[in-house]
Design a binder for this molecule. Structure first.
Ligand code: HEC
Length: 488
């Protein structure tokens, strides 16, 4: 991940409101419950209050234990005397007095001008003259990793963008990072002018949208057939819910979120997912081509771990992954290999009859294979579903029991249907499956891993989007936190 998760032992907490930069319980509580927008750290505000408090205490204990053993080693090495240890320990672990934030003055043009003046003088060299950091402004953190200054125009602040948040960050800097402290440089009024100027640079609503939230997606029951595709007006009967996403590897150029809807008709469940993506990437033939894709993850547990399940009895997750290139291949009937490699050298001979009889039939107009023989498509012959030309769905069904355990399901459980429309920069994808498992896969060896649905279910779901044009694949993607899906 980038930024990497904080090392609690080193204790360089970035988001603090105390004079000595050691976080108060409130500081840790806020970071854990709100998460850190602009990184993959998700919010945990949905946990019970007692759990959040226990987490605060435990994070602090990791740090204080580390300080304790470091001081112990220092005594052995003769760096400190045993008598100094309690004071040194307190100095390094006890939160100091809170920073007092002076009252916020009103903004006027004169003050805005002053804010801009101070900014240009003190901040622009890193954060950029207009709030977009220049590429050469990337600095390194204490551990030697690149730590770019925040883009104020993109307006996503790890510690929030309210006046008091920015006051503490500007006064004290951010520990372990190149962000300097300005304490002593400015009067209270000057600091407020700077804060207001920084806030005025941010795109309206950017911080709000980057804040991951848990929402409830209701899938009402409709009489009769489900929508025939993602543009069917029957979708108007389902309330849309916006779900924010975050990349695991942070980047400003990202898919910010998607809109989710659900419907069922007592037999089948349909989900529609829509998101903005200015480029349509539906070919993944060349090594440097990546596809657009979207996935829904259903948990078998009611209280799942953060990411892709775990090894416990009901810790598994089901994933339905729609892929743009599979959709195009199914819709058009062939893989566009010739368009990807117009100058490719071929070892197949048009005039040679053996091909048509023994291996495959070829549609010469398109240069495409229309019939296949698994003897000659070895991945398929070996049972790899990805290479199976008979699979007629753009949605792949997968299971996972923890990161790194993702596996495809057998062919008879590949039963999720999918359809997609790309119009004016918007992907809309509909995925659909029977609430129960179809008859012939109920007794499959892996049917127990498969989520079945009932009306009245209230289950955790989450989402992921891959944007092919920026090279997304595998873990390089934008993800949501768990949402709730209600099958009404
Ligand atoms: C030497 C380069 C440098 C200078 C000068 C600098 N900053 Fe920063 N600033 C950074 C870096 C790097 C970060 C990102 C730190 C991180 O999150 O790891 C940052 C982050 C921030 C943040 C984000 C806080 C958050 O919650 O995410 C604010 C606000 C900020 N700077 C304000 C300022 C202001 C105002 C000035 C001028 C008084 C300033 N900075 C000067 C390098 C700089």
């Amino acid at each position: 991940m980038n930024p990497r998760p904080r090392n609690f032992k080193a204790g360089k907490f970035k988001l603090t409101t105390t004079q000595n930069l050691i976080p108060s319980d409130d500081d840790l509580f806020r970071t854990i419950s709100r998460g850190m927008p602009g990184s993959a750290m998700p919010p945990w505000g949905h946990l019970p209050l007692a759990d959040l408090k226990a987490l605060v205490a435990y994070v602090r204990k990791i740090h204080t234990d580390a300080v304790q053993s470091e001081l112990g080693a220092g005594v052995l090495a003769g760096t400190y005397s045993a008598e100094e240890v309690p004071t040194l320990h307190d100095d390094r672990t006890q939160p100091g007095q809170p920073i007092i934030v002076p009252p916020e003055p009103k903004v006027d043009y004169l003050r805005w001008f002053n804010g801009r003046r101070l900014y240009t003088e003190a901040c622009a060299s890193c954060h950029g003259p207009d709030g977009h950091p220049l590429p050469e402004a990337v600095k390194f953190d204490d551990d030697g990793f690149p730590d770019p200054p925040r883009s104020f125009v993109n307006g996503i602040f790890k510690g929030g963008m309210e006046g008091p948040d920015l006051f503490c960050r500007i006064m004290k800097g951010m520990r372990g990072t190149p962000m300097p402290a300005s304490e002593g440089n400015y009067s209270a009024d000057d600091t407020w002018d700077l804060i207001h100027y920084v806030q005025s640079l941010a795109r309206s609503g950017s911080q709000e949208r980057a804040q991951l939230r848990q929402s409830t997606i209701s899938a009402p029951s409709v009489p009769g057939p489900l929508p025939t595709g993602p543009t069917d007006p029957i979708w108007n009967q389902a309330r849309p819910v916006y779900v924010g996403l975050t990349p695991l590897w942070w980047r400003d150029d990202r898919i910010e979120g998607l809109v989710v809807q659900g419907l069922h008709n007592e037999e089948e469940l349909a989900i529609r997912l829509s998101w903005l993506d200015p480029t349509r990437d539906d070919r993944a033939v060349r090594v440097d081509e990546f596809r657009d894709a979207v996935a829904i993850q259903f948990s078998l547990a009611s209280d799942p771990p953060f990411y892709m399940g775990d090894n416990s009895e009901h810790g598994g997750v089901n994933i339905w992954m729609w892929k743009a290139d599979r959709q195009k291949n199914i819709d058009s009937g062939y893989q566009d290999v010739d368009a990807a490699f117009p100058d490719r050298v071929t070892d197949m001979y048009d005039e040679c009859p053996i091909r048509a009889q023994d291996m495959t039939s070829v549609d010469w107009a398109h240069g495409a294979l229309t019939e296949h023989n698994s003897t000659y498509i070895t991945a398929w012959g070996a049972g790899n579903l990805v290479a199976d030309p008979h699979l007629k769905t753009p949605v792949e069904c997968l299971v996972a029991k923890g990161p790194g355990t993702l596996a495809g399901k057998p062919a008879n459980v590949q039963v999720v249907k999918g359809q997609a429309v790309y119009q004016r920069g918007v992907w809309s994808v509909q995925m659909q499956r029977s609430l129960q498992l179809p008859h012939d896969c109920e007794h499959s060896a892996t049917a127990g891993d498969e989520r079945v649905f009932h009306s009245g279910d209230f289950l955790p779901v989450s989402f992921a989007i891959w944007n092919g044009s920026v090279g997304d694949r595998d873990g390089k993607k934008d993800i949501s936190i768990w949402q709730k899906l209600v099958i009404e």
